[in-house]
Design a protein around this ligand. Structure first.
Ligand code: ARG
Length: 568
């Protein structure tokens, strides 16, 4: 990656001028405004400030030691001491040439591969997956895919909510209220019905509690029913996952950790991390301003462990099993306190574990009224219904545009477009802001949407339907026009964007990048004839640029679990 080469040379030149300077922060970044150059570094100004040196003088001294002529025009010093780099067209063409021969154009795997556990989706058994889970599922899947593209080792783990007080009510309801036919038709709906029935009746609390205690004490009958509820729910979850092409390496639900919970609490007590408080065991955070008045319970007064205890056991298991460099938890923002407590306890418990812990949280999905997204009758929207509706609505759009395609083709395109639109709508927003769910906006063929990018892809591909497939291995890249160069340079930034996505856990960076890519392509296509290029060499070079654009579009969308089609 040229950017990386320039950065190493800049660091070497800085060391030549200031041998004792820490150059690890001397970074080269893509210029926000192409007017100034392609890459930029502002690091020397910081170094000059620290040492009370004249920043422009330092910049001039470093530039005199800097050799980047292979890739760049003469380096410019701007303002108080920025360095601006502009790529030479020869360097751009050389990079394109390498990309054209690569199975993964413009992707440079990370120098050191990290192990990252991604904990996402994690719905609760016997409850339908709702739109809140869609965000976790889609965001988590994308983070996992992007990490893998960059060569990292990823373990995806679905931390199912398969244990807890709700099972008392479910068990009592199962034994007294179950409608077998309804269960066969739609298990989760029936489980939900019996849950609501029992939960809504104060008089049945004690009966439900008694069933829960029996389950916790290993009662065979209750364990059997509980197991069936998990299996029935899993079938429905799996159905949604397969429609969304989402796979998990592990599905270790909360119950998996039950045998380990007592040990965790004992250990916390013996290390003076947890202490008795009103009959329960709790961890206090006196030195933490945010948590000072928010202790975390790790064992309730009735002896039961809870969500925090389970998550501590889960952390311990993951460290032992996979030795991850990072664990990412994708849940909604309401769990921020839980994860602050969890991470703080963990740091006290295992002070030197070299693992980065990240709570990747997201905001709510709102209806057009600005309130949490619900069905018309005020019910929680089920994910499966949402997928159906996305495909149905996309089918209408596709049929209108392509009346001549046969039914099966239109259905398949509608599947790709509908699911793509739904995923992209979720990913293209800043995950921490609430967003309004809007079918028309997400399915629009204009704007920053999946259908727009999928359509851009078909437009590029259509060029190759009009000619015999070029033999790309013989093509010599020779881009010169400003629109060609702008497109090519944007393609060259692909890896940096993927890295930014994994660093900040923000897929919207990738969405913006692809949206801009489609824009660069349009400008190129308007300004530079491809099929009607004057020279054979020019035409072939442009074919190659089209090919590379389509591959990056496809890989970029694929990194979000979004498919493309050849026609639309
Ligand atoms: N089951 C939880 C929920 O639906 C999410 C679990 C997230 N993962 C974790 N390790 N706590 O809210």
């Amino acid at each position: 990656m040229i950017q990386g080469h320039i950065e190493s040379r800049l660091q070497a030149a800085t060391t030549a001028v200031l041998p004792e300077a820490d150059v690890s922060r001397v970074l080269v970044r893509v210029c926000a405004d192409a007017k100034h150059g392609d890459f930029q570094s502002n690091a020397l100004m910081g170094i000059a400030k620290q040492r009370q040196m004249n920043p422009r003088q330092l910049a001039a001294d470093v530039v005199s030691q800097l050799d980047v002529a292979e890739w760049c025009e003469p380096v410019k010093i701007a303002g108080p001491g920025f360095l601006n780099f502009r790529l030479r067209p020869e360097a751009v063409n050389a990079a394109l040439q390498i990309a054209l021969a690569s199975p993964m154009p413009f992707i440079t795997p990370a120098a050191t591969s990290r192990t990252v556990v991604v904990d996402f989706s994690s719905p609760n058994v016997a409850k339908p997956m709702h739109v809140g889970h869609i965000r976790s599922t889609i965001l988590g899947d994308t983070l996992a895919r992007v990490l893998r593209l960059l060569g990292h080792r990823v373990v995806t783990d679905n931390h199912l909510g398969d244990w807890g007080t709700q099972f008392g009510m479910l068990l009592f309801g199962w034994k007294t209220q179950l409608d077998e036919a309804a269960l066969a038709a739609d298990p989760i709906a029936e489980l939900e019905r019996i849950y609501k029935l029992i939960n809504g009746d104060e008089a049945l609390r004690d009966d439900a509690r008694a069933e829960l205690v029996k389950l916790q004490n290993g009662d065979e009958e209750n364990l059997g029913i509980w197991q069936r509820m998990i299996e029935l729910s899993q079938v429905q979850f799996d159905h949604v996952y397969s429609r969304l092409a989402i796979e998990f390496d592990e599905t270790l639900g909360e119950s998996f950790y039950n045998p380990k919970l007592a040990g965790v609490v004992e250990d916390l007590i013996s290390k003076n991390i947890a202490e008795e408080s009103e009959g329960a065991m709790a961890v206090f955070f006196p030195d933490n301003a945010q948590l000072a008045d928010k202790p975390a319970i790790v064992r309730k007064s009735d002896g039961a462990a809870n969500y925090t205890t389970t998550d501590l056991a889960t952390l311990q298991h993951r460290l032992a099993e996979w030795a991850p460099d990072e664990i990412v938890y994708v849940t909604d923002g309401r769990q921020q306190l839980h994860f602050q407590q969890l991470f703080t306890i963990f740091r006290r418990w295992q002070a030197d574990a070299p693992v980065r812990l990240e709570h990747v949280w997201f905001g709510s999905i709102l209806g057009s009224d600005g309130k949490p997204f619900k069905t018309r009758s005020g019910e929680v929207v089920r994910l499966a219904d949402l997928l159906d509706e996305a495909q149905e609505r996309a089918y209408a759009v596709v049929s209108e545009k392509n009346a001549d395609l046969d039914e099966a083709q239109r259905r398949e395109i509608a599947r790709v477009v509908g699911l793509g639109a739904l995923k992209y709508a979720d990913l293209s927003n800043n995950r921490q802001t609430d967003y309004v769910f809007d079918w028309n906006k997400m399915l629009a063929l204009q704007g920053n949407t999946a259908p727009y990018l999928q359509y851009a892809y078909t437009r590029v591909r259509s060029i190759f339907r009009k000619v015999d497939a070029p033999n790309f291995s013989n093509i010599i890249l020779a881009v010169t026009a400003p629109e060609e160069l702008a497109l090519a340079k944007h393609l060259m930034n692909f890896t940096q964007i993927l890295e930014m996505v994994t660093e900040d856990h923000r897929p919207n960076f990738l969405c913006n990048y692809l949206f801009e890519l489609a824009g660069h392509f349009s400008r190129f296509y308007e300004a530079c004839p491809v099929l009607k290029a004057k020279e054979e060499t020019e035409r072939e070079s442009r074919f190659a640029l089209c090919e590379l654009t389509s591959r990056v579009l496809k890989t970029g969308l694929g990194a979000m679990g979004i498919e493309v089609t050849e026609v639309m």
